[in-house]
Ligand binder design. Structure first.
Ligand SMILES: [Zn+2]
Length: 349
């Protein structure tokens, strides 16, 4: 099907929005552009959490010579402009101040502080507003934010590395599986999420740092299950170097960044997700081990699964979790000796 003019410009907004990937969460990714007589006179996107919104950057980008066209231009926004004072003033007022007469939007903002109010305010002021242009694609783009704002729980990505014969490692022994390029990719993924969770056994066996030392960007919140208080004080996860959430017993010590949360003796993925979501985390990466993965799968508390399969074979060890029903392959690529596969839920949660 040939895309309409509105759809073409909206696709450009999505491309712009994606430039903020990994930098704006738990805010949504947003792109905006101003079109005047078939020419784009301004473009912008939300670049950084807490920074100016897409609409502000878009209007700021217009050249002096083109500024007079702003009131006659059409503003395309991938998400409904904000209505509320957050870290920046409301974009809806900026649009009114600039006297922009036409606005085209992909998605209404599900944030209860916005939720259609900006569209109402614009229409009440006589602005022509079209909504729902490519709204499925827009919702797909901001699936992390939309889930978090609607449910209070983060978008959950389960990730594991396995051998060609289906093992994730040897019992009680740190077993590197992925190649160097795949490891860089995993650190890139970490930089794109708000929190990383591991289980006790993984913490004990691997002594992971859960940092992004092979990439750049923001370090996510570290979260670990330690219900019985088994993790030794010398392990990286208890080094208090960066915000860390421990589901388990409070420890003695002078912790500045580490928070312990008393926990029942069972693992409840939904409850964990809720607590992590309440910390302002919209995307959670669960790195294992297999018990934790199986708990999330068993409770249907996952949104995406990323598997890295290396060519090497172990012959014996801990078996990788089985793929749950409803997981559909959405992407796959080869990186060195690793095959990277991304599975998504076929049904929307
Ligand atoms: Zn805004």
């Amino acid at each position: 099907m040939v895309p309409t003019t509105h759809e073409r410009y909206m696709r450009r907004c999505f491309d712009l929005a994606l430039l903020g990937a990994g930098k704006v969460s738990p805010n949504p990714m947003v792109g905006a552009l101003l079109e005047y007589k078939g020419r784009i006179i301004g473009e912008g996107w939300h670049r950084q959490f807490g920074g100016p919104h897409a609409e502000v950057n878009c209007i700021d980008s217009v050249r002096e010579d083109d500024r007079a066209f702003i009131p006659h231009a059409t503003l395309y926004c991938s998400l409904e402009p904000c209505f509320h004072y957050g870290k920046t003033p409301p974009c809806v007022d900026l649009i009114l101040r600039e006297k922009i007469g036409n606005v085209v939007i992909a998605n209404l903002d599900p944030n209860p502080k916005v939720a259609g109010q900006s569209v109402e305010k614009l229409r009440a002021a006589g602005v022509e507003v079209i909504v729902d242009v490519l709204k499925e694609q827009g919702a797909e783009l901001n699936r992390y934010f939309f889930k978090w704002i609607r449910t209070g729980r983060p978008y959950v990505i389960l990730k594991w590395a396995q051998t060609a014969d289906g093992f994730i490692g040897r019992e009680s022994e740190r077993t590197p599986i992925s190649g160097p390029a795949a490891m860089h990719l995993v650190h890139k993924w970490r930089s794109e999420v708000d929190a990383i969770l591991v289980g006790t056994k993984t913490a004990l066996t691997d002594n992971p740092r859960l940092d992004i030392r092979h990439y750049f960007g923001k370090t996510p919140l570290r979260a670990v299950l330690d219900i019985a208080g088994k993790i030794p004080a010398g392990h990286f996860l208890l080094d208090d170097s960066t915000p860390t959430l421990v589901f388990g017993k409070t420890r003695a010590g002078d912790f500045k960044h580490t928070q312990f949360t008393g926990h029942k003796s069972t693992i409840d993925p939904e409850e964990i997700a809720e607590q992590i979501g309440a910390k302002g985390c919209a995307i959670l990466l669960v790195e294992g081990g297999s018990v934790l993965h199986e708990q999330f799968i068993g409770q249907n508390a996952w949104d995406e699964i990323r598997i890295l399969t290396n060519k090497k074979r172990l012959g014996t060890g801990i078996s990788a979790p089985g793929l749950p029903p409803g997981a559909a392959l959405s992407e796959s690529m080869a990186i060195g000796d690793d095959l990277v596969e991304v599975f998504r839920r076929v049904t929307v949660s």
